[in-house]
Design a protein around this ligand. Structure first.
Ligand SMILES: Cc1cc2nc3c(=O)[nH]c(=O)nc-3n(C[C@H](O)[C@H](O)[C@H](O)COP(=O)(O)O)c2cc1C
Length: 221
């Protein structure tokens, strides 16, 4: 796939086919993703590929936490306050997701079902977890994780798979640690659901928005 096309056509996938992702394909993707840049070539990322029975257990545990209204305690705290423009954007994407599923704003039960589905990683057959050593400066490590994560998502897309980067997958790291052997001293930064996309599902097809370059670029000559 041509690179510009890959970047602009990659999108978050929230409905997956049941088909498992061949291990060889994940290995090929990770083998290319390791060429991502990092501070001083430190390559601080560690990736855990979760599938099979372990993923089913994690799915249930993570979903149960949200159904129990457990307070999320991610290893990297989520900001509570957002500037107005940014808040408008994430509210808008939430609306588009619900509209694509024909869920009315006031339908609390349907919205809760959607949230439960999200905390079950949209039933994806695979979940990639990205870890870093807790002793690292988190700010810099996040840049490196961001680089490898986006590279992986593009490669995933280039191979006809789909991904959804998911804060919801790491909201309850205690659930992850119960099921997945996370080495001592590692922070679980982010997860990405991975699988074959249900191409025709409206949730994978709604129109996305982006600011134009003029809205975020200043040219200094
Ligand atoms: C750090 C991060 C966390 C995210 N967490 C979630 C999540 O928990 N649930 C979800 O449905 N999408 C999540 N997303 C996906 C974003 O909503 C998505 O990237 C954004 O709306 C832009 O849409 P696109 O990826 O389809 O272009 C996350 C994305 C990032 C980068």
């Amino acid at each position: 796939m041509e690179l510009f096309q890959a970047v602009t056509s990659r999108r978050s996938i929230r409905k997956f086919k049941k088909d498992p992702v061949p291990e060889a394909l994940i290995r090929e993707i990770l083998d290319a993703a390791r060429w991502s840049p990092s501070w001083g070539n430190t390559q601080p990322w560690e990736i855990v590929v979760v599938s099979g029975e372990s993923l089913e257990r994690l799915r249930r545990a993570n979903q149960q936490r949200i159904l129990d209204k457990a307070i999320p305690e991610p290893d990297t705290p989520m900001p509570g306050i957002w500037p107005e423009t940014l808040k408008r954007r994430y509210t808008e994407v939430g609306k588009r997701v619900l509209t694509s599923l024909q869920i009315a704003r006031e339908d609390r039960e349907a919205r809760d079902r959607y949230t439960a589905d999200m905390f079950a990683f949209f039933d994806a057959p695979c979940l990639l977890l990205f870890l870093v050593d807790k002793t690292l400066s988190r700010e810099y490590a996040m840049l490196d994780i961001g680089a490898v994560l986006q590279t992986a998502c593009l490669l995933i897309h280039a191979r006809g798979l789909g991904s959804c980067i998911m804060a919801a997958s790491v909201s309850y790291p205690d659930a992850i640690r119960e099921i997945v052997p996370i080495p001592e001293g590692r922070a679980v930064i982010i997860g990405a659901a991975l699988g074959y996309p249900e191409q025709d599902a409206p949730i994978n097809r709604f129109v996305r928005e982006r600011a134009t370059p003029d809205e975020f670029t200043t040219w200094v000559r």
